[in-house]
Ligand binder design. Structure first.
Ligand SMILES: [Zn+2]
Length: 305
């Protein structure tokens, strides 16, 4: 665990690769405002948040904390249950997506569950932005990494926390609208904030905006993307294959409307592709390995039961 002060009122808590089960660094960001403290993301479970609660107590912020989820992925929300007495904010779609996939992620991702976890959904949602004027802190919807992604803008200190929208060397694309993802990154870049923080890459330089925008454009145009030797290319093969899989999840969602059941779709669709439930723990590996033609066959079978 690394604790780093950012400017006059920010604190970055980083769960480092090695002392967390993530296999990469993951940070949560705390802003100590005059009126309240604001915690961006809650990592993998309540006990991981003890260090932050301790920090808040020793700085006199007990009972004055607002929790914010940058998006609905498990590594950013599983610790929500640590903050019984605080409001939890997120975009409307983050709450919806979190609720929809909680059970599936909980059982599939058991290797990341080193502590007890229970579902605590955001109790305050916003659709565009929410501004705490008295502290100069804004939360704003910025879709890209996921449809529900939002950022924290500390206007007073010019610090931007982007969650998973920016990442070294490339971001993970869990949403099919890559055009909007590039628009989001361009508008964030144009804000010219002095400090930009990524949840998995820490404090990043302004050039990462260009690098990630170029990457997403290349991905969109299905260009061969060459990585420098030794660079971690883990996210890229996943992105290419995940977008092919996602098409079918989206079709099922569109077809079934209100009755769409996320866990049921996953269970049935993957069974038609040829994988049983035990393999779900390795879903990202399966996504990389599966030839996309198999999805087309599975989809036909899914449709005709
Ligand atoms: Zn993440």
């Amino acid at each position: 665990m690394k604790i780093r002060e950012i400017g006059k009122r920010g604190v970055l808590f980083t769960f480092e690769d090695g002392d967390s089960p993530m296999g990469c660094d993951t940070s949560v960001y705390l802003v100590l405002g005059e009126k309240r403290a604001y915690l961006c993301d809650t990592f993998l479970g309540p006990q991981w948040m003890d260090v932050i609660k301790q920090y808040l107590r020793s700085n006199g912020y007990e009972g004055r904390l607002i929790v914010f989820n940058t998006h609905s992925d498990f590594d950013h929300v599983w610790g929500n249950g640590a903050f019984d007495d605080s409001d939890i904010l997120a975009h409307t779609l983050a709450r919806k997506r979190m609720k929809e996939r909680w059970e599936f992620d909980y059982s599939k991702l058991s290797r990341f569950r080193q502590v007890d976890i229970f579902m605590r959904l955001p109790n305050i949602t916003f659709s565009d932005s929410l501004f705490f004027e008295d502290d100069g802190v804004e939360f704003r919807h910025m879709p890209g990494h996921t449809v529900c992604s939002s950022v924290c803008l500390d206007w007073q200190e010019s610090v931007l926390f982007v969650g998973d929208l920016l990442e070294e060397p490339v971001p993970v694309t869990l949403w099919g609208d890559l055009v909007t993802f590039t628009e989001t990154l361009k508008s964030l870049r144009n804000l010219n904030f002095s400090t930009v923080i990524s949840a998995h890459s820490g404090v990043v330089g302004p050039e990462l905006f260009e690098k990630n925008i170029e990457y997403i454009k290349d991905l969109l145009l299905r260009k061969e993307i060459a990585f420098p030797a030794g660079a971690d290319d883990g996210a890229h093969p996943f992105n290419v294959k995940y977008l092919k899989y996602l098409k079918y999840e989206e079709m099922a969602r569109a077809k079934e409307g209100e009755s769409f059941d996320f866990s049921k779709f996953k269970r049935e669709f993957w069974a038609f592709v040829g994988y049983d439930q035990e393999r779900m723990a390795e879903e990202s590996k399966i996504i990389i390995e599966t030839p996309p033609e198999k999805y087309e066959e599975a989809w036909e079978r899914y449709l005709h039961g």
